[in-house]
Design a protein around this ligand. Structure first.
Ligand code: KG4
Ligand code: ZN
Length: 394
């Protein structure tokens, strides 16, 4: 049974997973989340530097947990995009180095295909066809999936503006909750009244595209509510009402997509799929519509190495040829195939939708952005002693 080492470094998590035949043998995760908290969003340079420090210990840790050694690895899978450019490059370079030194093939994989594949580790093989709702910090997409290793992925709809997780993070800021905002909103929402505030359900009108998402109007509605509220803010009520609006929109559109395409399995994945309200409403609506809902355990919803090993494992078992060793990272890659084969010689063309994490502003005020955007202020990086990175080319 081929054993796959998976490496994930697209954002602020350094994840390593080891998978064989759809079974997770061991994994390890380090995060630089705390280092970004004071900036209110991920600072790519800090994330990339943290990956450099964490990658080797995490690989060793995952191997120890799996009870195997380097000689047992048959293939390496690494995220080749999308994500923060420098962060992706660290993991891909590490993946290449491991593949080269171990003499095994390298699979450069799409991060979002990993989010979908990870559910195999919890719930077994995917059906022939499924609808996937991917809701993460950088993406929001409704996809029609066939064989994830072989078939092209069909985008039914994406977000017109923010990604779901981005909206959670920014609304949390407005409420004075810490970064990352999703888990913080989820926590405080438990104390709130979900019927307290009727926030809008974006893109759900009769003339709106049925599978497209938008969060800007909802974010702005929360900002206006906060501005106008006299006295102490009812944070729990706002948090739960916002969460309800998002969960309602997601689940309505996902169930409609399943019905329209005659698909009876919905895959709910990505960091925001860890949200308790989204999970509960999806369960309720899928049960009512006769749809089988598959949602990974919360720890596998947010970024991790197991998901990259899981998609690598699928590709290897399908007999797909590996990526070339000269594979380049593509920070803006749209999900069309799980495997990357392109060798980058020129800067990539901008493809929509781009990974929104690259453009996150440290501070969002709730006011509409001007159309001609000015560059965000560069945050001050913490002091780093120069000998920390001797020999590393930045
Ligand atoms: O998939 P992920 O780990 O990273 C990306 O690929 O972007 O998603 C991270 C996002 C963050 O925006 C975080 O706030 C959100 O997932 N998130 C949640 C929850 N846990 C993480 N959002 C809502 N509720 C949660 N429980
Ligand atoms: Zn992700």
């Amino acid at each position: 049974m081929p054993v796959i080492l998976g490496i994930e470094t697209s954002c602020d998590e350094t994840g390593v997973g080891i998978v064989a035949d759809g079974v997770l043998l061991g994994d390890a995760l380090a995060t630089s989340m705390d280092e970004h908290a004071r900036f209110g969003g991920v600072v790519p340079e800090i994330a990339a530097r943290a990956h450099l420090h964490a990658i080797t210990p995490m690989v060793r840790h995952a191997l120890d947990k799996a009870g195997i050694g380097f000689g047992d690895i048959d293939a390496v899978a690494a995220t080749a995009g999308p994500g923060l450019a420098t962060a992706v490059q660290v993991g891909l370079a590490a993946g290449k180095a491991y593949a080269l030194t171990l003499g095994v093939p390298l699979y450069g994989v799409h991060h979002l295909a990993g989010h979908a594949a990870v559910d195999i580790l919890d719930h077994g093989p995917l059906p022939e066809r499924s609808i996937a709702l991917i809701i993460s910090g950088g993406h929001t997409s409704l996809l029609l999936l066939g064989d994830l290793a072989r078939d092209p992925v069909i985008h039914l709809g994406d977000t017109a503006d923010d990604a779901a997780g981005e909206a959670f993070d920014q609304v949390a800021r407005l409420l004075g909750l810490p970064y990352p905002g999703g888990p913080a909103i989820d926590r405080v929402a438990r104390e709130g009244d979900p019927t307290a505030i009727a926030f809008p359900r974006p893109m759900t009108g009769p003339h709106d595209p049925p599978y497209r998402f938008s969060f800007f109007g909802l974010k702005t509605a929360v900002a206006r509510h906060v501005e106008r509220h006299p006295g102490p803010l009812p944070i729990a009520d706002i948090a739960v009402s916002f969460q309800e609006a998002v969960a309602d929109t997601f689940t309505r559109k996902a169930v409609t997509a399943c019905r329209d395409h005659g698909v009876d399995t919905l895959l709910l994945v990505g960091g925001v799929a860890a949200n308790s309200c989204v999970r509960a409403l999806a369960e309720h609506r899928c049960a009512a519509a006769g749809i089988t809902l598959r949602v990974p355990a919360p720890r596998l919803c947010t970024d991790n190495g197991a998901m990259i090993a899981a998609i690598g494992d699928l590709l290897v078992r399908a007999g797909i040829a590996p990526s070339p060793p000269t594979l380049g990272a593509d920070p803006n890659a749209r999900l069309t195939h799980a495997l990357f084969t392109r060798i980058r010689t020129e800067p990539p063309e901008r493809e929509a939708p781009v990974d929104r994490r690259e453009r996150r502003r440290p501070v969002w005020t709730g006011r509409p952005q001007p159309t001609t955007q000015t560059a965000p202020a560069t945050p001050t990086l913490p002091n780093t002693s120069s000998d920390d990175f001797s020999g590393v080319d930045h």
